[in-house]
Design a protein around this ligand. Structure first.
Ligand code: PMP
Length: 442
């Protein structure tokens, strides 16, 4: 296979310019069409050029450009908070708005720390996270991220390391199988808590389905129920990082609904405004809000642009489109269809080791030869870069997602098209993927 298909570094001048988009398609300045097979970075969940969102943003821009959140509130932000409270399970009723997933993770951590301070438990300062995870690029969020490659350069500035293995059944860290494994990966949380001392642990953070760092790894049945039990038994807050999985992506409004588990803090980003304007939300329970409200500085984590009216109007319009077009139910249904087609590809191509995920957050893990073993391609083979570049040439955009822990390497791509993809478009996507794999085999 030619080595020239490596993804070139940004700014080397080889990147195409995208001129416009429509529905699930993007068009470059030379007129070539691409299926946005991963919604950008799993972001553009209602596709491109959505009129309702554009109109709502234009209308809002004509009213006010900006109000500072510590002086005033604004109507779109209030309405968005109400909508999220209605969508979120149980008493997750309160939103803190920020501008990105990384900021939201930082905010969630600060909320957890402040919560325990107000409860008189100021020694609870440690946050436990998992390997093979991604929670953001800022120093705090990166400290929690179990993405070895992204951590490497900044190691000296990271405040902590993940302490728990991911629930990665395809390459079980214990070489066990579910259910006879007894959910050892979940029990690891208890071990980590015991090691640190529960009086020091403030929260546990996890992505419901592991995205960028794992390629849509969905945990085995019972995993999150056990995680929540451990959190409750040890007085630890459970933060669900739904930046990638939330707002309908997995066929539920919040992915945690798949496991009937309600976290104490839930984080939305990406698909919340579907790429139209940056916004993320940290949603907390009544208990957390009431507790931190007792403190003297409730808004301890605002950014200048937090809760800005333009982004709030965009997110509100996105959620209305998702509701009106029943896109969450559609994502569940069409996700099953896409998954079946990926399983068919797995039968045909020995380079596919695993297909997985939930709803329209699906992943393919590549291996050297699945008929022999789950052994990955050699690292310098750059299989995800090759597949991604070949697919792009053929008009399909994928999201490369390489995972690596302790020498157990995995190479995966994410398939996460806009939630409003049709059956005809799914067939087209799979046909391009098929051609891509054929070319990669050459
Ligand atoms: N959490 C998760 C689960 C993510 O997937 C990402 C982004 N890929 C982030 C946090 C960080 O979000 P952002 O890039 O908007 O800062």
């Amino acid at each position: 296979m030619p080595g020239s298909y490596l993804i070139k570094p940004v700014l080397d001048g080889s990147y195409k310019e995208i001129s416009h988009g429509n529905g699930i398609y993007l068009y470059d300045s030379e007129g070539k069409a691409y299926i946005d097979g991963s919604s950008g970075a799993v972001t553009c969940s209602i596709g491109h050029g959505c009129k309702e969102v554009i109109e709502a943003m234009n209308e809002q821009a004509g009213k006010i450009s900006f109000v500072y959140r510590s002086q005033f509130t604004n109507q779109p932000a209030e309405e968005l908070a109400d909508k999220l409270a209605a969508m979120a399970p149980e008493d997750l009723n309160w939103s803190f708005f920020v501008n990105s997933g990384s900021e939201a993770v930082e905010t969630a951590v600060k909320i957890a720390l402040q919560y325990w301070q107000e409860k008189g438990q100021g020694r609870k300062t440690h946050i436990i996270s998992r390997w093979m995870s991604y929670h953001g690029i800022t120093i705090g969020a990166l400290s929690l991220s179990g993405h070895t490659e992204r951590r490497r350069r900044f190691f000296s500035h990271l405040e902590s390391s993940p302490a728990v293995s991911p629930p990665y059944c395809y390459r079980c860290p214990y070489q066990l199988s579910h259910p006879s494994c007894g959910l050892k990966c979940a029990e690891e949380l208890q071990t980590a808590v015991d090691r640190t001392g529960k009086e020091h642990v403030a929260a546990f953070i996890a992505e419901p389905v592991i995205g960028a760092a794992g390629g849509a790894i969905s945990p085995p049945e019972g995993y999150y129920q056990r995680i929540k039990e451990i959190c409750n038994e040890n007085a630890i807050l459970f933060i669900a990082d739904e930046v990638m999985t939330g707002a309908g992506r997995t066929g539920k409004a919040f992915a945690m609904e798949h496991w009937q588990t309600v976290p104490d803090i839930s984080i939305l980003g990406k698909g919340l405004s579907a790429g139209y304007s940056p916004i993320a939300s940290v949603i907390v329970s009544d208990d957390i809000l009431c507790t931190i409200k007792k403190g003297s500085n409730l808004i301890m984590s605002g950014h200048t642009y937090s809760a800005n009216p333009q982004s709030a109007a965009a997110a509100l319009a996105v959620l209305k489109v998702i509701e009106k077009e029943n896109l969450i139910q559609h994502a569940e249904k069409i996700g099953i269809l896409l998954m079946k087609k990926l399983q068919n590809l797995k039968e045909e191509f020995s380079m596919i080791g695993d297909v997985r995920g939930k709803g329209l957050l699906l992943g393919i893990e590549f291996v050297a030869n699945s008929e022999i073993s789950a052994k990955p391609f050699p690292k310098d083979y750059n299989i995800t870069s090759l597949i991604t570049r070949l697919a792009q040439d053929l008009g399909l955009l994928l999201y490369p997602s390489s995972a690596g822990i302790d020498g157990r390497e995995g190479d995966a791509v994410l398939l996460a098209p806009p939630l409003n993809i049709t059956e005809v478009e799914v067939n087209k996507l799979v046909s391009i993927l098929h051609q891509t794999l054929k070319k990669a085999e050459e």
